[in-house]
Design a binder for this molecule. Structure first.
Ligand SMILES: [Zn+2]
Ligand SMILES: [Zn+2]
Ligand SMILES: [Zn+2]
Length: 266
């Protein structure tokens, strides 16, 4: 099996609406610099198995003509759930696609338009799990790991994706590092984690939208063997510029910045 990064930006993408920062202007001029909202595909080409982790608003650029066996949803924020709408009547009119999510995410989808139309019309089937539950799927086991993230409109879960050979921890959003989350990263072979900001000073409203800054994560994980890849990168984050000092610091310390198309052998 392989995991493939289909999106590496914070929910709002790069370029970001109504923004004229250098990264956004560069992305408008050069499509190669655009980044989609975070998403990950886990697949086995030989067996024809495809699972998607998070349904981003950029889903129609992230997926090709492949059939999706199921979609895992981490939480209900813009970049992680709105892509589900493309399974509806106006687009592919999907037939009972399995969606795996928490109870609170399922309630949100069942109770609110336009998502509830997907449920009512059987475009999707909601599969919920108990706290710390898991799903056994073709060739992998997926554990749902609760993560602290502002609760609007659902709770948040990261994913521990295990095959016979590899343990991949996928966590796009977290408000701040906790002992449990640090342990998850340390015990994984590969961890694709929240790298939204470089520093707290990067935006005015950091207190309202906290994420652990990469600068601090580099210190926390400096002695960790895990292959760490930062994703969910905000348009304000200087690591977007491959020539920046910040990007060099990340790479010199042995970490990676997620890029669309990057693959991980599982
Ligand atoms: Zn997000
Ligand atoms: Zn910008
Ligand atoms: Zn979020």
């Amino acid at each position: 099996m392989k995991a493939k990064i289909l999106g590496s930006a914070q929910d709002g993408g790069v370029p970001h609406l109504r923004c004229s920062c250098d990264a956004c202007q560069a992305a408008r001029e050069d499509p190669n610099k655009q980044r989609y909202a975070t998403a990950l595909k886990v697949y086995d080409e030989e067996k024809g198995v495809n699972y998607l982790f998070d349904a981003s608003p950029d889903i129609r650029f992230q997926l090709g003509d492949e059939f999706m066996d199921g979609i895992f949803i981490s939480h209900g924020h813009l970049g992680h759930v709105t892509g589900l709408l493309y399974l509806g009547k106006e687009s592919i009119n999907s037939n009972m696609t399995d969606v795996y999510c928490s109870e609170s995410a399922a309630d949100f989808l069942k109770e609110n338009y336009p998502y509830r139309l997907l449920v009512d019309r059987n475009n999707i089937v909601l599969n919920t799990f108990e706290e710390n539950g898991h799903e056994n799927l073709m060739g992998m086991k997926v554990d749902f790991v609760p993560v602290i993230h502002r609760y609007v409109p659902t709770d948040m879960h990261a994913f521990r994706i295990k095959t016979d050979d590899t343990n991949l921890f996928y966590m796009t959003d977290i408000d701040h590092w906790t002992d449990d989350a640090i342990k998850e990263v340390e015990s994984a072979d590969v961890a694709i984690i929240d790298g939204c900001f470089w520093s707290q000073e990067e935006i005015d409203r950091y207190e309202r939208v906290p994420h652990p800054p990469i600068k601090e994560s580099l210190e926390i994980f400096e002695d960790t063997d895990t292959d760490i890849i930062f994703t969910h990168i905000n348009h304000t984050n200087p690591v977007l510029d491959p020539e920046s000092e910040e990007r060099k610091k990340v790479e010199e310390a042995g970490f990676r910045i997620a890029e669309e198309g990057m693959e991980i052998e599982l």
